[in-house]
Design a protein around this ligand. Structure first.
Ligand SMILES: [Zn+2]
Length: 238
């Protein structure tokens, strides 16, 4: 949302754009105004930031939006054109096939990312990879290393971002006071997608393949009678 807005002395909020991307349903939708503080009160208090409540007309979820004030006038209050982003869309990931320790670490990583805590996010990504290594053995370290390199090649990730991701995932604990560079928001986004791909390759893909192969092997291991009597074949399989 890049809405340049101002509030006039009649308590009417003027917005340049009344639609935007909803962080809840992901649709670009009309955003109705639900609540805005009154002009007189704002003029009296002169807060640095002003919060309004919108509603996504697609999913009817309320959205809190916060603006910095750009200028105070006698007849209107001008808002900074870019509201501060308060709500981020939730990252969805299917944890079903992940071992509990891996899932727990990655859940926390996603929560840190959603809260904009990028260094905590990096630490939890590292903890997630550590949990994968403990689950799948040190041998899997090389495979994960190769997968990250593959993501770099496929997605055309720049060297600085690739180096940052490798540092987060594979190098030891950051030493304080050295050249430990914080992740940028963009690097964190790339790291997030890399993590999802790593976990997909390490668990989700394997589980899907195994399920597909079990289905194919079932008739060979337990020949089913041509009558197709499901109850009998199921009973035989137990
Ligand atoms: Zn919505």
């Amino acid at each position: 949302m890049t809405t340049a807005a101002y509030l006039d002395s009649q308590n009417r909020l003027h917005r340049e754009s009344v639609s935007g991307d909803c962080p809840h349903c992901g649709n670009t939708a009309h955003l109705s105004l639900l609540a805005c503080p009154g002009f007189a009160r704002l003029r009296a208090d002169r807060p640095a930031r002003i919060g309004i409540v919108l509603q996504c007309d697609s999913c009817h979820t309320p959205l809190f939006v916060r603006y910095r004030v750009r200028a105070w006038h006698d007849d209107r209050i001008e808002f900074h054109p870019h509201p501060e982003q308060m709500e981020h869309p939730p990252e969805r990931f299917s944890y079903d096939t992940l071992p509990e320790r891996v899932a727990a670490a990655f859940r926390e990583a996603l929560a840190c990312h959603a809260a904009g805590l990028l260094q905590a996010f990096a630490v939890m990504c590292r903890a997630t990879v550590q949990a994968v290594l403990e689950d799948q053995g040190e041998r899997s370290r090389l495979r994960i290393f190769d997968q990250v390199a593959e993501v770099k090649a496929l997605a055309g990730i720049d060297e600085a971002t690739f180096a940052a991701i490798r540092r987060v995932l594979f190098e030891g604990e950051p030493v304080h006071g050295t050249t430990s560079v914080p992740l940028t928001r963009l690097q964190a986004a790339v790291l997030l997608e890399t993590m999802k791909d790593l976990l997909y390759q390490a668990y989700v893909r394997r589980a899907k393949l195994q399920a597909a192969l079990r289905l194919r092997q079932f008739p060979a291991a337990e020949p089913v009678r041509p009558t197709g009597d499901l109850t009998a074949s199921r009973a035989a399989g137990r």
